[in-house]
Design a protein around this ligand. Structure first.
Ligand code: COA
Length: 270
Protein backbone atom coordinates (compact mmCIF):
# COMPACT_ATOMS: atom_id res chain seq x y z
CA UNK A 1 0.00 0.00 0.00
CA UNK A 2 1.34 3.47 -0.83
CA UNK A 3 1.29 6.30 1.69
CA UNK A 4 -0.20 9.52 0.36
CA UNK A 5 1.38 12.89 1.11
CA UNK A 6 -1.38 13.74 3.57
CA UNK A 7 -1.13 10.59 5.69
CA UNK A 8 2.16 11.49 7.41
CA UNK A 9 2.01 13.05 10.86
CA UNK A 10 3.87 16.23 11.74
CA UNK A 11 4.44 18.35 14.86
CA UNK A 12 4.52 21.89 13.44
CA UNK A 13 2.44 21.64 10.32
CA UNK A 14 -0.83 19.98 9.44
CA UNK A 15 -1.61 18.61 6.03
CA UNK A 16 -5.10 17.64 4.95
CA UNK A 17 -6.49 16.63 1.61
CA UNK A 18 -9.68 18.34 0.47
CA UNK A 19 -10.77 16.73 -2.79
CA UNK A 20 -7.77 17.06 -5.09
CA UNK A 21 -6.23 19.90 -3.05
CA UNK A 22 -3.66 19.60 -0.28
CA UNK A 23 -4.06 22.20 2.45
CA UNK A 24 -0.91 22.73 4.46
CA UNK A 25 -1.17 24.81 7.65
CA UNK A 26 1.89 25.98 9.55
CA UNK A 27 0.88 25.34 13.09
CA UNK A 28 2.84 27.29 15.73
CA UNK A 29 0.27 29.98 16.50
CA UNK A 30 1.87 30.97 19.83
CA UNK A 31 4.99 31.97 17.82
CA UNK A 32 2.96 33.45 14.98
CA UNK A 33 3.90 30.37 12.94
CA UNK A 34 7.57 31.41 12.77
CA UNK A 35 9.63 28.96 10.74
CA UNK A 36 12.06 27.16 13.02
CA UNK A 37 14.40 24.43 11.76
CA UNK A 38 11.98 21.68 12.72
CA UNK A 39 9.14 23.30 10.78
CA UNK A 40 11.38 23.76 7.74
CA UNK A 41 12.32 20.06 7.85
CA UNK A 42 8.64 19.14 7.97
CA UNK A 43 7.88 21.46 5.04
CA UNK A 44 10.65 19.79 3.03
CA UNK A 45 9.18 16.36 3.69
CA UNK A 46 5.62 17.52 2.93
CA UNK A 47 6.61 19.29 -0.31
CA UNK A 48 8.36 16.24 -1.65
CA UNK A 49 5.34 14.03 -0.81
CA UNK A 50 2.88 16.46 -2.39
CA UNK A 51 4.99 16.81 -5.55
CA UNK A 52 4.93 13.04 -6.02
CA UNK A 53 1.26 12.48 -5.13
CA UNK A 54 -0.77 12.22 -8.33
CA UNK A 55 -4.03 12.57 -6.36
CA UNK A 56 -3.06 16.14 -5.40
CA UNK A 57 -3.65 18.75 -8.10
CA UNK A 58 -3.09 21.92 -6.10
CA UNK A 59 -1.51 23.07 -2.85
CA UNK A 60 -2.70 25.81 -0.50
CA UNK A 61 -0.42 27.02 2.29
CA UNK A 62 -1.76 28.98 5.23
CA UNK A 63 -1.03 29.73 8.88
CA UNK A 64 -2.94 28.62 11.95
CA UNK A 65 -4.70 31.03 14.27
CA UNK A 66 -6.32 34.40 13.69
CA UNK A 67 -3.21 36.52 13.61
CA UNK A 68 -0.52 35.23 11.30
CA UNK A 69 0.27 33.49 8.07
CA UNK A 70 3.97 33.17 9.00
CA UNK A 71 5.84 35.93 10.88
CA UNK A 72 9.20 34.95 9.42
CA UNK A 73 12.08 32.63 10.17
CA UNK A 74 12.49 31.94 13.89
CA UNK A 75 14.56 34.86 15.16
CA UNK A 76 15.75 32.86 18.20
CA UNK A 77 17.53 30.47 15.84
CA UNK A 78 18.81 33.22 13.53
CA UNK A 79 20.28 35.13 16.47
CA UNK A 80 22.89 32.45 17.21
CA UNK A 81 24.10 31.75 13.67
CA UNK A 82 27.80 31.94 12.84
CA UNK A 83 28.84 33.37 9.43
CA UNK A 84 29.23 29.88 7.93
CA UNK A 85 26.08 28.72 9.73
CA UNK A 86 24.20 31.73 8.33
CA UNK A 87 25.20 30.93 4.81
CA UNK A 88 24.25 27.25 5.23
CA UNK A 89 20.95 28.27 6.82
CA UNK A 90 20.07 30.46 3.83
CA UNK A 91 21.14 27.78 1.37
CA UNK A 92 18.99 25.15 3.08
CA UNK A 93 16.00 27.50 3.31
CA UNK A 94 16.36 28.43 -0.35
CA UNK A 95 16.40 24.76 -1.34
CA UNK A 96 13.11 24.11 0.48
CA UNK A 97 11.45 27.24 -0.88
CA UNK A 98 12.62 26.30 -4.38
CA UNK A 99 10.78 22.96 -4.06
CA UNK A 100 7.61 24.98 -3.68
CA UNK A 101 8.34 27.13 -6.71
CA UNK A 102 9.00 24.02 -8.81
CA UNK A 103 5.96 22.13 -7.54
CA UNK A 104 4.35 20.62 -10.66
CA UNK A 105 0.87 21.69 -9.51
CA UNK A 106 -0.59 25.10 -8.77
CA UNK A 107 0.42 26.45 -5.35
CA UNK A 108 -1.34 29.32 -3.60
CA UNK A 109 -0.35 31.10 -0.39
CA UNK A 110 -3.52 31.92 1.57
CA UNK A 111 -2.17 34.86 3.57
CA UNK A 112 -4.39 35.15 6.62
CA UNK A 113 -2.42 37.65 8.74
CA UNK A 114 1.20 38.68 9.32
CA UNK A 115 3.27 37.53 6.35
CA UNK A 116 6.78 38.64 7.13
CA UNK A 117 10.36 37.73 6.29
CA UNK A 118 10.66 34.01 5.55
CA UNK A 119 6.85 33.83 5.50
CA UNK A 120 6.67 36.29 2.63
CA UNK A 121 9.60 34.51 0.97
CA UNK A 122 7.63 31.26 1.13
CA UNK A 123 4.58 33.06 -0.28
CA UNK A 124 6.70 34.58 -3.07
CA UNK A 125 7.74 31.08 -4.14
CA UNK A 126 4.08 30.03 -4.40
CA UNK A 127 2.67 30.46 -7.90
CA UNK A 128 -0.13 32.74 -6.64
CA UNK A 129 -1.00 34.61 -3.47
CA UNK A 130 -4.34 35.63 -1.95
CA UNK A 131 -4.69 37.70 1.21
CA UNK A 132 -7.33 38.31 3.82
CA UNK A 133 -8.23 42.03 4.10
CA UNK A 134 -6.34 42.35 7.42
CA UNK A 135 -3.10 40.75 6.19
CA UNK A 136 0.17 42.62 6.64
CA UNK A 137 3.13 41.85 4.42
CA UNK A 138 6.78 42.84 4.55
CA UNK A 139 10.45 41.88 4.57
CA UNK A 140 11.67 43.35 7.90
CA UNK A 141 15.10 41.63 7.78
CA UNK A 142 17.05 44.89 7.49
CA UNK A 143 15.54 45.95 10.83
CA UNK A 144 17.35 42.93 12.30
CA UNK A 145 20.65 43.69 10.58
CA UNK A 146 20.28 40.98 7.93
CA UNK A 147 18.78 40.66 4.44
CA UNK A 148 16.15 38.21 3.21
CA UNK A 149 17.87 34.84 2.79
CA UNK A 150 15.20 32.52 1.41
CA UNK A 151 15.12 34.17 -2.03
CA UNK A 152 13.26 37.37 -1.10
CA UNK A 153 15.72 39.76 -2.74
CA UNK A 154 15.40 37.87 -6.01
CA UNK A 155 11.72 36.93 -6.20
CA UNK A 156 10.22 40.14 -4.84
CA UNK A 157 12.00 42.21 -7.52
CA UNK A 158 10.81 39.79 -10.21
CA UNK A 159 7.20 40.02 -8.99
CA UNK A 160 6.77 43.72 -8.13
CA UNK A 161 9.76 45.30 -9.91
CA UNK A 162 13.11 46.57 -8.63
CA UNK A 163 11.99 49.92 -7.22
CA UNK A 164 9.11 48.56 -5.17
CA UNK A 165 11.20 45.59 -3.98
CA UNK A 166 14.02 47.82 -2.81
CA UNK A 167 11.54 50.16 -1.11
CA UNK A 168 10.09 47.26 0.89
CA UNK A 169 13.44 45.59 1.65
CA UNK A 170 15.43 48.71 2.48
CA UNK A 171 12.77 50.24 4.75
CA UNK A 172 11.57 46.97 6.30
CA UNK A 173 8.06 48.45 6.37
CA UNK A 174 4.84 46.43 6.34
CA UNK A 175 2.12 47.02 3.77
CA UNK A 176 -1.54 46.10 4.00
CA UNK A 177 -3.47 43.77 1.68
CA UNK A 178 -4.86 46.63 -0.43
CA UNK A 179 -1.37 47.96 -1.14
CA UNK A 180 -0.11 44.42 -1.83
CA UNK A 181 -2.89 44.02 -4.40
CA UNK A 182 -2.12 47.41 -5.95
CA UNK A 183 1.54 46.55 -6.54
CA UNK A 184 0.80 43.04 -7.80
CA UNK A 185 2.21 41.24 -4.78
CA UNK A 186 -1.04 39.34 -4.27
CA UNK A 187 -3.47 38.14 -6.94
CA UNK A 188 -6.63 38.74 -4.92
CA UNK A 189 -8.01 39.86 -1.58
CA UNK A 190 -10.57 37.49 -0.09
CA UNK A 191 -13.99 39.17 -0.05
CA UNK A 192 -15.40 40.00 3.42
CA UNK A 193 -16.90 36.83 4.87
CA UNK A 194 -14.68 34.49 2.86
CA UNK A 195 -11.49 33.02 4.33
CA UNK A 196 -8.18 33.30 2.50
CA UNK A 197 -8.18 29.50 2.17
CA UNK A 198 -11.63 29.46 0.54
CA UNK A 199 -10.50 32.25 -1.77
CA UNK A 200 -7.41 30.17 -2.68
CA UNK A 201 -9.63 27.14 -3.38
CA UNK A 202 -11.67 29.22 -5.80
CA UNK A 203 -8.52 30.49 -7.46
CA UNK A 204 -7.42 26.92 -8.19
CA UNK A 205 -10.91 25.72 -9.11
CA UNK A 206 -12.85 28.75 -10.37
CA UNK A 207 -16.62 28.23 -10.24
CA UNK A 208 -17.94 26.72 -13.48
CA UNK A 209 -14.44 26.35 -14.92
CA UNK A 210 -13.57 23.43 -17.17
CA UNK A 211 -11.26 20.67 -15.93
CA UNK A 212 -7.58 21.20 -16.69
CA UNK A 213 -4.99 18.59 -17.57
CA UNK A 214 -2.52 18.03 -14.71
CA UNK A 215 0.28 17.30 -17.15
CA UNK A 216 -0.42 20.51 -19.10
CA UNK A 217 -0.48 22.47 -15.82
CA UNK A 218 2.88 20.95 -14.79
CA UNK A 219 4.43 21.90 -18.11
CA UNK A 220 2.94 25.40 -18.04
CA UNK A 221 4.57 25.96 -14.63
CA UNK A 222 7.87 24.62 -15.96
CA UNK A 223 7.67 26.84 -19.07
CA UNK A 224 7.01 30.00 -17.05
CA UNK A 225 9.62 29.19 -14.37
CA UNK A 226 12.41 28.28 -16.81
CA UNK A 227 11.42 31.00 -19.26
CA UNK A 228 11.92 33.72 -16.66
CA UNK A 229 15.60 32.69 -16.44
CA UNK A 230 16.08 32.75 -20.24
CA UNK A 231 16.22 35.23 -23.09
CA UNK A 232 12.88 35.61 -24.89
CA UNK A 233 14.23 33.67 -27.89
CA UNK A 234 15.37 30.76 -25.70
CA UNK A 235 12.10 30.83 -23.76
CA UNK A 236 10.06 30.69 -26.95
CA UNK A 237 12.16 27.78 -28.16
CA UNK A 238 11.62 25.97 -24.85
CA UNK A 239 7.87 26.57 -25.14
CA UNK A 240 7.77 24.94 -28.59
CA UNK A 241 9.54 21.87 -27.20
CA UNK A 242 7.06 21.46 -24.35
CA UNK A 243 4.18 22.13 -26.75
CA UNK A 244 5.40 19.29 -28.96
CA UNK A 245 5.88 17.01 -25.97
CA UNK A 246 2.29 17.60 -24.83
CA UNK A 247 1.07 16.46 -28.25
CA UNK A 248 2.24 12.97 -27.26
CA UNK A 249 -0.01 12.81 -24.19
CA UNK A 250 -3.29 11.05 -23.63
CA UNK A 251 -4.55 14.25 -21.99
CA UNK A 252 -4.03 16.23 -25.19
CA UNK A 253 -6.06 13.72 -27.21
CA UNK A 254 -8.73 13.61 -24.52
CA UNK A 255 -8.98 17.42 -24.26
CA UNK A 256 -9.36 17.89 -28.01
CA UNK A 257 -11.76 14.95 -28.43
CA UNK A 258 -13.92 16.09 -25.53
CA UNK A 259 -14.24 19.57 -27.08
CA UNK A 260 -15.19 18.17 -30.47
CA UNK A 261 -17.67 15.72 -28.90
CA UNK A 262 -19.11 18.54 -26.73
CA UNK A 263 -18.49 16.73 -23.44
CA UNK A 264 -16.37 17.31 -20.35
CA UNK A 265 -12.79 16.06 -20.59
CA UNK A 266 -11.71 13.27 -18.24
CA UNK A 267 -8.01 13.93 -17.80
CA UNK A 268 -5.72 11.31 -16.31
CA UNK A 269 -2.47 13.27 -16.19
CA UNK A 270 -0.89 10.77 -18.62
N1 COA B 1 10.63 34.39 15.33
C1 COA B 1 10.46 33.92 16.58
N2 COA B 1 9.42 34.25 17.35
C2 COA B 1 8.50 35.10 16.82
C3 COA B 1 8.62 35.64 15.54
C4 COA B 1 9.73 35.24 14.77
N3 COA B 1 9.92 35.66 13.51
N4 COA B 1 7.57 36.46 15.31
C5 COA B 1 6.81 36.42 16.42
N5 COA B 1 7.38 35.61 17.34
C6 COA B 1 6.89 35.29 18.69
C7 COA B 1 7.13 36.42 19.67
O1 COA B 1 8.46 36.38 20.14
C8 COA B 1 6.11 36.11 20.71
O2 COA B 1 6.57 35.04 21.50
P1 COA B 1 6.46 35.10 23.12
O3 COA B 1 4.96 35.17 23.36
O4 COA B 1 7.07 33.82 23.55
O5 COA B 1 7.15 36.34 23.55
C9 COA B 1 4.94 35.59 19.89
O6 COA B 1 5.48 35.16 18.66
C10 COA B 1 3.88 36.64 19.62
O7 COA B 1 4.49 37.74 19.00
P2 COA B 1 4.38 39.25 19.56
O8 COA B 1 5.58 39.99 19.07
O9 COA B 1 4.11 39.25 21.02
O10 COA B 1 3.07 39.74 18.78
P3 COA B 1 2.71 41.24 18.41
O11 COA B 1 1.30 41.21 17.93
O12 COA B 1 3.07 42.19 19.47
O13 COA B 1 3.64 41.59 17.13
C11 COA B 1 4.71 41.14 15.01
C12 COA B 1 3.49 40.89 15.92
C13 COA B 1 4.56 40.25 13.79
C14 COA B 1 4.74 42.61 14.59
C15 COA B 1 6.00 40.80 15.80
O14 COA B 1 5.85 39.51 16.38
C16 COA B 1 7.25 40.79 14.97
O15 COA B 1 7.76 41.83 14.61
N6 COA B 1 7.78 39.57 14.65
C17 COA B 1 9.01 39.42 13.95
C18 COA B 1 8.83 39.67 12.47
C19 COA B 1 10.15 39.58 11.73
O16 COA B 1 11.04 40.39 11.91
N7 COA B 1 10.27 38.57 10.86
C20 COA B 1 11.42 38.37 10.04
C21 COA B 1 12.35 37.40 10.67
S1 COA B 1 13.79 37.19 9.65
Amino acid sequence: MTTTATEKSYQNISLVQDGDLAILTVNRPDKLNALNNETMAELECAFSGIAADSAVHGLIITGSGEKAFIAGADINELAVLSPIGGSKHAQHGQKIVRMLEEMPKLTVAAINGFCLGGGLELALACHCRVASPAAKLGLPETTLGIIPGYGGTQRLARIVGKGRALELICTGKMIDAAEALRIGLVNQIAPEGQSAVDCAKELIHPPKAKAVSPVAVAMAIQAVNRGLDMTLADGLNYETQLFGLLATTHDMKEGMTAFIEKRNAAFTGE
